[in-house]
Each structure stands twice: as structure tokens, then as C-alpha cells.
Design a protein around this ligand. Structure first.
Ligand code: HT9
Ligand code: FE2
Length: 392
């Protein structure tokens, strides 16, 4: 795996940026927040009431508080420390899509502080509408709503960066160490509608393709270290939406049943789709999937997410420095593992379009593409470029 490149402490240059913005999902912090939070998340997205009630219970089961905001506070602190270590003098702001501190308020604060140009770290590592474009639409909306809002660039997707992959290599090795010999690895990510995957990334299927590439790299590195090969699968959690709309499968719980039927002696559950142990991890995996594994008598160990892992934090810092250099017209090194090459700096205008919402009174499509995206309905999103994908 390539060595992480940290810049020379004395010459760390952030120009043309004068700030970093950490952009995340947001979560409730007390029981009264849960319903309004869920309304923010699902407004206009066609999530059945039944599912909302169920997800509300997941939050109430944890005292009405998601750990995600505290995890972002910890990440902010770790990033500030990491910046200070190399003399990178750049303020770091934090805003969320669905809960306070809201992105628009943060941009307003940045404008008031005279910030002209910022680079954005999103707490989502892969291409898809939900994980990329939706955040870019939120940035476009917030920018339009705020006078003198800073110009915004978003970091390339970092799932195949050695800092991200390396963090999961370590946590997967630790999980496997707790399990019987011959245990399998179940890589897990958030399910999305299959139609959303179909239009993810500049060439389609980017969501699944990137996850498979990351999973293959983790598997290969563990094999190199131990000489042991084992069963691995990519499976999904947190399915939502109406039952008639197809989402990516198999669900992690069904997969645990399959593994048991296949006689596998244990499973390391590795949440490569997530950067911290938020509700999808502590409920969907640590509560629900663990209960399934216990019922089946299948030993299970869950690998840690990157969180504030040093390699992960250093990677984010390196990506800020890398992007600043690229924007100055330099040709920075772009560390990356796997087959796909480094992510693009700017998304193409048609990258990860929004799903067309179901509408009554339309004739049935001949090709089954009722939920396919259509670029004529795609709202503006920042930042993007009119040129081809920038893979330099
Ligand atoms: C790809 C993806 C990521 C990973 C990338 C990223 O991290 O952004 C992610 C992360 C998260 N999703 C989260 C929470 C929720 N997601 C929901 C609903 C949905 N997620 C979707 C996709 C994703 N989601 C989709 C296609 C929907 C259907 C509705 C729609 O089309 O938008 C709902 C509604 C209820 C339900 O139906 O489950 C909730 C409450 C939290 C916060 C956790 C916490 O509070 O600790 C986080 C980090
Ligand atoms: Fe979600």
C-alpha cells in the first residue's frame, strides 16, 4: 500500500482556500428532536409512515440521541489538532444537512467571518445521489440563500484512498482475531434503490463498483498479511422506502442466515460504507444484526469504522492540501489503491442525478425505467464542472 504523503511542515500551503467545511448528515440529540429530524430527512422522499415510526424507535432506544454529532465534534477536534501539527492555518467549520448546526447557518457564519473560498469534507466516502449529489444540492441551496457565501469545492471521494482502506484493514484484522478460524467477512454498506446505484458516478453503478473495489483491497491486504483466504461478500443494511421499489440486496440479516446454512464458523461485519459508528452502525449492525447472529448461534465481531483514527484524519488533511495544490495549478500526488484510480475533483453535471419521484397518471414505461433519473429534472448542485471528469 502506498505510503501516506504528508507535506513539509514549513511549506504547507492552503491557498487558494481560507477555510475548510466539514459537512455531515446530522442527527437528533434529545427525544424531542427525533420527529423533526426524521421529517427533515424524509421530506418529499416517499418514505412510508410505518418505516418512520420504526426508525424513530431506533433513536428512542438510544435515549433519543444519535451519536453522529458528537462523532463530528470529535472529528473536528482531531482535524484541528492535525492541521496545527503541520502549521496548516485554516479554520474548520461544521454544518449538517438535517440537523443543527444547519449548513445554511454555518455558511452565513463563514460569510460573516469573511471566508471567500472553502474546501468541503463530506462524511460520506462513495459516489451516489444520497452520498454525494444530495450534499452538493444542499450546498447549492445554502449558497444561494446566503449573501456573500464562500465559493465551495468538494474533496474527491476518498473510499479508495489508502488512509480509508488502511483504517478498515486494521479494524477488520482486529475483528477476525476474535473469531474462529475460517470465519467470513461481510462488508456492509447502506442500501440504496437499485435505480440510484444505476446512475451513481459518471459511468453508472459507481456506488456498488466502488464498494466492491474497496472490499477487494481490504481482502487482498489481509490475505497478503496472513496467507489465509476466506469467504467475503458485500451486503446491505438500513433498507428504507416503499416495498415495491427495489433496493440493493442481500440484507445483512438474510446474509447471516445464508452464512449459517453454509456452515461458516463466524463472521466479521465490516461497515465499509460508513465513516463513524452512528445510528446505522449501532442499531442496524450492533443491535439488529447482532441479535440475528445470536439467534443463529453465529459468532460475530463488528469491525470499527474510521471515526477519529489517525490514518483517517491524516488522510482528510492530506486531501485538503492535495486539492489546494491542484487548484493552484500544481500536479499533486493523488494516493489511491484498487482498480478505479483516484476520484475526480469536480463532478460532471450529470453525475448521480436525483431519482425521479413516482408520479400518478403517467403511461407505463416500456423498459421498466420508471424510477430512472432524468437530467431535465435534475436540480442544480455545487460544485461541478462542465468538462469531462477530472481524473488527473
Ligand atoms: C447512501 C446513504 C448513506 C451513506 C452516506 C452518508 O453518510 O451520507 C446514508 C447515511 C445516513 N443515513 C442516516 C439516517 C437516515 N437515512 C434515511 C433514509 C435514507 N438513507 C439513504 C441513503 C444513505 N444514507 C436513502 C436512499 C434513504 C431513503 C430516503 C432518501 O431517499 O433520502 C433515514 C430516514 C428513515 C429511513 O428510512 O431509514 C434516516 C433517519 C444517517 C444518520 C445516522 C444517525 O443519526 O446517527 C446517516 C449517516
Ligand atoms: Fe440514510
Amino acid at each position: 500500500m502506498p505510503h501516506l504523503v504528508s507535506p513539509d511542515p514549513i511549506r504547507t500551503d492552503a491557498a487558494p482556500y481560507d477555510a475548510v467545511l466539514l459537512l455531515s448528515f446530522g442527527g437528533p440529540e434529545q427525544p424531542e428532536d427525533v420527529l423533526p429530524f426524521l421529517q427533515n430527512v424524509t421530506r418529499g422522499r416517499g418514505i412510508p409512515d410505518e418505516r418512520l415510526k420504526e426508525v424513530g424507535e431506533h433513536y428512542y432506544g438510544f435515549g433519543g440521541r444519535s451519536p453522529i454529532n458528537d462523532q463530528n465534534r470529535a472529528l473536528l477536534a482531531a482535524l484541528r489538532e492535525s492541521f496545527a501539527q503541520i502549521g496548516l492555518d485554516l479554520p474548520i467549520y461544521w454544518g449538517n444537512r438535517n440537523w443543527a448546526p444547519y449548513l445554511t447557518d454555518t455558511l452565513r457564519e463563514m460569510a460573516a467571518h469573511g471566508i471567500r473560498r472553502a474546501v468541503v469534507i463530506v462524511t460520506s466516502a462513495y459516489p451516489s445521489y444520497s452520498g454525494c449529489r444530495q450534499y452538493r444540492e444542499n450546498l447549492a441551496d445554502a449558497t444561494a440563500a446566503v449573501e456573500n457565501a464562500p465559493a465551495i469545492d468538494k474533496l474527491r471521494h476518498y473510499a479508495n484512498h489508502p488512509g480509508f482502506v488502511g483504517s478498515f484493514v486494521e479494524s477488520t484484522a482486529a475483528a477476525l482475531a476474535e473469531l474462529p478460524e475460517g470465519s467470513a467477512i461481510a462488508y456492509v454498506t447502506h442500501s440504496i434503490p437499485t435505480a440510484m446505484n444505476a446512475t451513481s458516478g459518471p459511468d453508472g453503478n459507481g456506488y456498488v463498483t466502488w464498494h466492491l473495489d474497496v472490499a477487494a483491497e481490504i481482502t487482498a491486504e489481509l490475505e497478503r498479511r496472513t496467507g489465509v483466504s476466506r469467504r467475503t461478500d458485500l451486503v446491505y443494511c438500513s433498507r428504507s422506502g416503499p416495498p415495491q421499489v427495489p433496493w440493493l440486496e442481500p440484507d445483512v440479516n438474510d446474509h447471516l442466515e445464508d452464512l449459517t446454512a453454509a456452515g461458516v464458523p463466524g463472521v466479521a461485519v465490516v461497515p465499509i460504507g460508513f465513516v463513524s459508528d452512528h445510528m446505522e452502525v449501532i442499531y442496524d449492525l450492533d443491535t439488529e444484526a447482532r441479535a440475528t447472529a445470536e439467534k443463529l448461534g453465529l459468532p460475530m465481531a463488528r469491525a470499527a469504522t474510521p471515526g477519529t483514527d489517525q490514518g483517517f484524519v491524516t488522510m482528510l488533511r492530506d486531501l485538503v492540501v492535495e486539492r489546494a495544490a491542484a487548484e493552484r495549478g500544481e500536479q499533486p500526488e493523488r494516493p489511491c489503491v484498487g482498480k478505479l484510480g483516484p476520484g475526480w475533483d469536480n463532478c460532471r453535471p450529470d453525475c448521480c442525478p436525483a431519482l425521479r419521484r413516482p408520479a400518478a397518471g403517467a403511461s407505463a414505461p416500456a423498459d421498466g425505467s420508471a424510477h430512472q433519473a432524468s437530467s431535465d429534472q435534475t436540480p442544480p448542485a455545487a460544485p461541478s464542472t462542465a468538462g469531462p471528469k477530472d481524473n488527473a
